[in-house]
Design a binder for this molecule. Sequence first.
Ligand SMILES: [Mn+2]
Length: 360
Amino acid sequence: MKMTFRWFGTGQDPISLPYIRQIPGMTGVVTSLLTIPAGEVWPLDAITAMKDEVTAAGLEVEVIESVNIHEDIKLGLPSRDEKIANYITTMERLKTIGIKCICYNFMPVLDWARSHLYYNLPDGSNTMKYEADFIKGVTVEALAERYAKDADTYEMPGWEPERMKTIRTTLEAYDGMTPDTFYANMKYFLDAIIPHAEKLDIKMAVHPDDPPQPIFGLPKLIISHENIRRYLDLHPSSHNGLTLCTGSLGAKRGADIPAMIREFGGEGRIHFAHVRNLRFENETDFYESAHLSSLGSLDMFDVMKAFHDIGYKGWVRPDHGRMIWDETIKKGRPGYGLYDRALGATYLQGLWEAISRMKG
Ligand SMILES: [Mn+2]
């Protein structure tokens, strides 16, 4: 595996590249151009400038998270062809700076959702939390407002004020959409882009829906073993793969994540991994705990063992972390402080080393 760290870009992330480089074992960053709206072609000069900046800091950039898919593609509107063509152009441009993997998601309208961005834990740290009843009782506008207030000057990916202006209409567009239609729209997209991904040798890695249950009446399809199987089968190719996110998939009670790693990873369909823990408070509610197995509901040893057993050579990053050691919003985006993620990265590498050594 290759250990990486998510970085939101200059002006978007208070954590500097030199700090990231000092995390033991860190090989590179996973990044994006947050200011380019979904559906538009990424400017080559901005792509090159990002690459130069990361390289100058002594880090690699091989994975992009994310190149977002325009809503017209998800909805299957006639205008999707133009957006898909733009997507392919962006892929071609990313190839010129050596990008090898693109993480994206097929979540309708909204990216991830949490009830709390800052939930206080007994040790004085705070973390993101999902409380199902809260989400049931809140409007999407009220939640967006809460994020905007809590996240200070940052725009939360997927919850940008610009996107919120038309949120009602977008939500309504999904009224009555059946899973079959949604899968057909996914297939249309994959059939169009995967041949280009193969030609460019860029591994496409879909991120599961987060949380793994319908919210605000929206369909959530990439949430389980069966769904992922169906998605990968829509266009069988080694370049149509998965971002295995333990936190997203693990938020569904009973999910057997090591089994997914062994099956999909064994077929060479896992290209990127987000490895983090979470702790259930009841059947549906959870908070994002520190990475250690003993502090969460997921067994990180079993997860890393499964990756090791399949000979995983792809990219891994620690995922969301708690905010600790006086980390305020000025020091990191919600879930994306420096310290807890750095601790997570070293812990995961410790597990990896132990598993390797024990196998001799
Ligand atoms: Mn994730």
